[in-house]
Ligand binder design. Structure first.
Ligand code: MN
Length: 288
């Protein structure tokens, strides 16, 4: 069993652009080493947007050295980037963007969602790349709800949507550079399940909704990030109410993490280079 090390909570909200009221669950300056390969997690808890005009979100900005994974629980987003990637993702869909050597992208609510208004809930997780892949070609994967296996957990406990990695022989559609398990888990009140995760891998759970009991020992409420020991190969979770969990596990990358704003590299010099390449338009442009 993976031992629970600590529970981390940040319920303060800030806005990313004018579209995303997020809690910064963790970032690379705080838990980047402990949670490697995961660098940052933002959660936009359910927020009602009134009908509007124009575009809500963040305009063109760069990233280099990692991947961004956006999971939409409610609402609809639109994306475009300099690799030529883009599209619209709605409830249950996931966008897996590889910034790697450098990308410029924009992240907005879809025009239709803005026009009609509605509830928005999403998370964005940043996944680090090993040094040898930090300069790989940028790319974009749209993972639609229909492509993501929704696997029943034993004994009517609930369901696990396997975005990346594998559960009980069901493989997630995301292509990753290192071993990652990313699961969107829904548990029914009163039920308990064991989540099998690789021995040696970093593991963490964000409780998006509901209250849970972990490893028959600790209670955790909404907005909690549970950080586990790498040793051991499973986590027991009991739902004290209906619960939605984001389960993250991955092979740690044992390399230095130097991050600043939208860039995460291995050295300060590489960060300087990233700023220079961005300012000199070497990260491409978004096709019009
Ligand atoms: Mn971005």
């Amino acid at each position: 069993m993976k031992k629970l090390l600590h529970i981390h909570q940040n319920l303060k909200t800030h806005w990313v652009g004018d579209g995303f009221p997020v809690r910064s669950v963790f970032d690379y300056n705080g838990l980047g080493r402990e949670l490697s390969p995961f660098l940052l997690l933002d959660h936009a808890a359910p927020t009602m947007f009134p009908p509007g005009e124009g575009r809500r979100g963040v305009g063109a900005h760069p990233h280099r050295g990692f991947e961004t994974v956006t999971v939409v629980y409610q609402g609809e987003l639109e994306h475009r980037d300099s690799s030529g990637g883009g599209g619209r993702i709605g409830t249950g869909d996931v966008q897996w963007m590889t910034a790697a050597g450098g990308i410029i992208h924009e992240e907005f609510h879809s025009q239709e969602f803005t026009r009609k208004g509605g509830m928005l809930e999403m998370v964005q997780l940043w996944v680090n790349l090993p040094a040898k892949h930090k300069n790989a070609k940028p790319g974009y994967q749209t993972l639609l709800k229909a492509q993501i296996p929704n696997v029943p957990l034993p004994d009517g406990t609930g369901h696990a949507r396997i975005i990346a990695g594998e559960y009980a022989g069901h493989k997630g559609p995301a292509r990753t550079f290192t071993r990652i398990n990313l699961w969107d888990v829904n548990l029914r009140s009163g039920k308990s399940t064991e989540l099998p995760l690789p021995n040696g891998d970093t593991a963490a759970i964000l409780t998006l909704h509901g209250d849970i009991l972990v490893n028959n020992d600790r209670d955790a409420g909404e907005g909690s990030l549970l950080v586990f020991n790498r040793d051991g190969d499973g986590i027991t979770v009991k739902a004290k109410s209906d619960a939605t969990l984001l389960v993250m596990a991955g092979e740690p990358i044992s390399e230095p993490i130097v991050g600043e704003g939208p860039f995460v590299m291995n050295t300060k010099a590489e960060i300087q280079q990233a700023y220079e390449d961005y300012e000199l338009d070497r990260m491409g442009t978004i096709p019009s």
